[in-house]
Design a protein around this ligand. Structure first.
Ligand code: ZN
Length: 194
């Protein structure tokens, strides 16, 4: 494995996602390991919340695919599958009923466009969409709402998660982010008319 002499290691807390106890086996030959668990210490907004911090980073750094007016799309650092996206309001709100009408509309529009873009780029056979509301329901970062968009392929749920608590991810997050961002239509998926 060839690594640069001074590889830049970003803290996992700078990215989106919910640690879930599974290890990830990143399978491309250019393998990068990102270590460390990344749960906010509390439910407060700001730098302690990855979904508040990510929009302050540039797209490559934060793995941001698309920025809307009131919501954004980001790669999940702990993907269940390649192309696993999260759609989040910029506002630090926990519950779906806390969203404004504009946020509901844009989260929905970004989710719809995310499906189209992932279909174009990665040709999945299906999707899982959803939000976990509350820790008991599986929300790892419960204080900041995020909608999962998980592409599915036939046979993707192989033996690895069961026997090894590991998922095999055949594409790197940065590469996938770049491909999805490039394929995202210029205007579609946001409420911004221009
Ligand atoms: Zn937040």
């Amino acid at each position: 494995m060839n690594l640069p002499d001074d590889p830049q290691v970003e803290p996992a807390g700078a990215f989106a996602g919910t640690p879930d106890g599974l290890d990830r086996l990143w399978t491309p030959h250019r393998m990068v390991y990102i270590g460390g668990q990344d749960k906010p210490a509390d439910d407060a907004p700001g730098d302690g919340c990855p979904f508040c911090r990510i929009p302050t980073l540039d797209d490559e750094q934060g793995l941001v695919v698309r920025r809307g007016d009131v919501a954004f799309v980001v790669m999940n650092l702990y993907p269940y599958n390649s192309g696993h996206l999260l759609v989040c309001p910029y506002r630090h709100v926990a519950d779906y009923t806390d969203l404004t009408d504009d946020e509901v509309a844009e989260v929905a529009a970004l989710t719809r466009t995310a499906m189209r873009v992932v279909r174009d780029v990665m040709a999945p056979d299906g999707f899982n969409l959803g939000m976990n509301q509350g820790q008991v329901a599986g929300a790892g970062i419960q204080a900041h709402l995020h909608q999962h968009v998980v592409p599915r392929w036939g046979g993707d749920a192989n033996f690895l998660p069961i026997v090894a608590r590991t998922r095999a991810l055949p594409a790197l997050l940065g590469d996938t982010r770049a491909a999805l961002a490039a394929a995202w239509p210029a205007t579609e998926g946001t409420t911004d008319p221009c």
